[in-house]
Ligand binder design. Structure first.
Ligand SMILES: Nc1ncnc2c1ncn2[C@@H]1O[C@H](COP(=O)(O)OP(=O)(O)OP(=O)(O)O)[C@@H](O)[C@H]1O
Ligand SMILES: [Mg+2]
Length: 579
């Protein structure tokens, strides 16, 4: 799994290797210090007449090594921090790029809240693991093995203590890990749930307030926080044994060494210097075993995060334009559906659109009506290839949509989504989303067509008005008009308005339609609407009924032939409140 994350090291290889190198140097120096200590005692103190010169030389060397070890350690920490943050930045970039390529279906699968958690919390977890890996793993392996060799060299018989202590220590830690692992997994799912709750709540904070659901939400949050605490406690209750047990073994080993070593010294089989060195080695060996076990713990704890990140990186992009014709452009706005079946779950037995066929000439204005959930949005989303058909073909400008590069297709098929969003920034910034190079005249023309120019000019800052996050400081109807203008700026061949004037009053709605008709002569326009008045002046109207195209004709003829159309017309027009 980690192999998949390795490309994120790119650009920081030097720091990664440098940090590992520094920490190896630090480790080696640290091992040499007890060795010098042994020599100091052996050659400087334990001899018949102690020599100050030798003591000073070794002592000086030891101080020097300690200083170098400190420097190497500090340098390693710095390099590891640079490598770690760089690694995380790269990883986030990789994920973000991948998510940008996601189709609607891919996003549906993960949910945006979960994608956010993966890009933030999960990446931070992996970053910590990465830093721990480079700082701890190599160093402790080296210390453990070298110190072990030195210890054997000093006194092989006394090293038998390790034969008992190390397997015992490793065994206990492994046992604790195996016991704790399921609790950690559980804890992470609880954390996920809590994160999802927080995100969902903050994104929809206005809805929460409008429904006065604040208190309920506090209780639900408390519940998820308590569930997380319980899972965390359960995991920690097991892990907490790690420290006292390893200390027990640690000091047990030291007592054993002192006991046997003391007897050896008394018997003349060992010098005091050797014992001092040996005690230092035993400290190093056992503490490196403990540190390695910590690396292991982090690895286990972050396994869920690793999995979640790799899931995104591995996600098969549902819609790709590999193999599409690079130079193919949408030259006219004709649209044709040939026996199109569509299912959100890609299941032929659960079709959302069934056997839809129709043909629209360039420049026609098409109204689309039908009950809620009748698949109007689903139908038009297939035109800019936001979803892939299950069966059949969608053609734009005489070519299958799959023949175009997504960029060329979507550049010419502008869709104003039913649930619309603006971004933080000024009105102008938002409009330029449609077309970065638009001139001021083009921008104003698009806004006039969308009946947005007048209200924009009524703001003190006009086109420079700051919209705030998500466009909070414009009204629903104003937002819709800005979104239409943004789409029109692309100078598209096909414009799709999905219920895009629902929040505008009927007069504005009519004015927008009139402006579109006159200004976008060659552009094919699809207008999905709940109000029959919005489609009455269309060239032709589609009547959708439960995923099927029930009728497609001129409004006048539909009035005679189509029951649904007539019913909607009568119910809305009899009230006499429409145009
Ligand atoms: N992203 C999705 N994933 C799964 N099912 C979906 C998705 N979007 C819509 N559906 C389902 O597909 C069906 C058609 O939905 P669609 O949004 O096309 O209806 P609509 O005609 O646009 O309705 P409305 O007038 O309310 O906008 C509905 O039953 C809906 O539950
Ligand atoms: Mg819809």
């Amino acid at each position: 799994m980690l192999k998949k994350l390795l490309p994120a090291v790119r650009g920081y290889e030097k720091q990664t290797v440098g940090a590992s190198l520094m920490i190896i140097i630090e480790g080696v120096l640290e091992i040499l210090i007890p060795y010098l200590m042994t020599k100091l005692i052996r050659e400087g103190i334990e001899v018949a007449d102690p020599r100050l010169g030798v003591i000073l030389t070794y002592g000086g060397l030891m101080i020097l090594m300690a200083i170098f070890a400190l420097l190497a350690g500090a340098l390693c920490a710095r390099l590891a921090a640079v490598a770690g943050t760089g690694f995380a930045a790269n990883l986030r970039n990789m994920l973000f790029r991948k998510v940008q390529d996601f189709s609607f279906a891919n996003v549906d699968k993960f949910s945006s809240a979960s994608i956010v958690t993966r890009l933030t919390t999960d990446v931070t977890n992996i970053q910590n693991l990465f830093t721990i890996l480079i700082r701890m793993t190599v160093r402790n392996f080296i210390i453990m093995i070298t110190a072990f060799c030195f210890a054997i060299a000093v006194n092989a018989r006394l090293s038998i203590v390790f034969a008992v202590a190390i397997p015992l220590l490793a065994g206990i830690m492994l046992f604790i890990m195996i016991k704790a692992h399921p609790y950690f997994e559980k804890m992470l799912t609880k954390l996920d749930l809590m994160n999802a709750r927080v995100q969902e709540n903050l994104i929809a904070i206005r809805v929460v307030k409008a429904f006065v659901k604040g208190e309920d939400e506090k209780v639900t949050f408390d519940d998820s926080a308590v569930a997380l605490r319980k899972a965390q406690m359960a995991a920690e209750k097991i892990v907490i044994w790690n420290n006292p047990l390893s200390q027990l073994i640690f000091y047990g080993a030291i007592i054993a060494v002192c006991f046997f070593g003391g007897r050896l010294i008394v018997g003349g089989g060992m010098g005091v210097g050797d014992l001092t060195g040996f005690l230092a080695y035993i400290g190093q060996i056992l503490s490196s075993v403990m540190m390695l076990s910590m690396v292991f713990v982090s690895f286990i704890i972050t396994r869920a995060s690793q999995k979640r990140i790799v899931e995104i990186l591995d996600e098969q992009i549902d819609i790709s334009d590999d193999g599409a014709d690079e130079g193919l452009e949408v030259t006219d706005g004709s649209v044709e559906f040939r026996d199109v079946d569509f299912s959100y779950s890609k299941n032929p037995d659960n079709l959302t659109l069934e056997n839809v066929s129709f043909s629209v000439k360039a420049g026609e204005t098409i109204g689309v009506i039908g009950g809620t959930g009748s698949a109007k949005t689903t139908l038009v989303q297939l035109i800019p290839r936001l979803y892939e058909v299950l069966d059949g073909q969608v053609l734009v400008g005489g070519h299958d949509v799959r023949e175009y590069k997504l960029h060329s297709l979507r550049d010419k098929v502008a869709m104003v989504l039913q649930t619309n969003l603006l971004f933080s920034g000024t009105i102008e910034d938002n409009l330029r989303w449609g077309n970065e190079d638009a001139t001021e005249e083009e921008m104003i023309a698009a806004c006039r067509a969308a009946c947005a120019h007048d209200f924009i000019m009524s703001f003190p800052d006009g086109y420079k008005t700051d919209l705030g996050q998500g466009g909070v400081n414009v009204s629903g109807g104003q937002k819709q008009r800005l979104c239409i203008a943004r789409a029109l700026l692309k100078d598209p061949k096909v414009v799709i308005l999905d219920d895009s004037t629902s929040a505008c009053d009927t007069a504005t709605d009519a004015a927008i339609r009139k402006a579109l008709r006159t200004q976008l002569k060659g552009t094919t326009t699809f207008i999905i609407a709940q109000r029959i008045a919005s489609v009455m002046d269309a060239d032709r109207v589609m009547v959708m009924d439960d995923g099927k195209l029930a009728a497609f004709d001129t409004p006048a003829r539909l009035m005679e032939t189509n029951e649904i159309y007539r019913e909607v017309y009568n119910s809305q027009m009899k009230g006499g409140d429409e145009v």
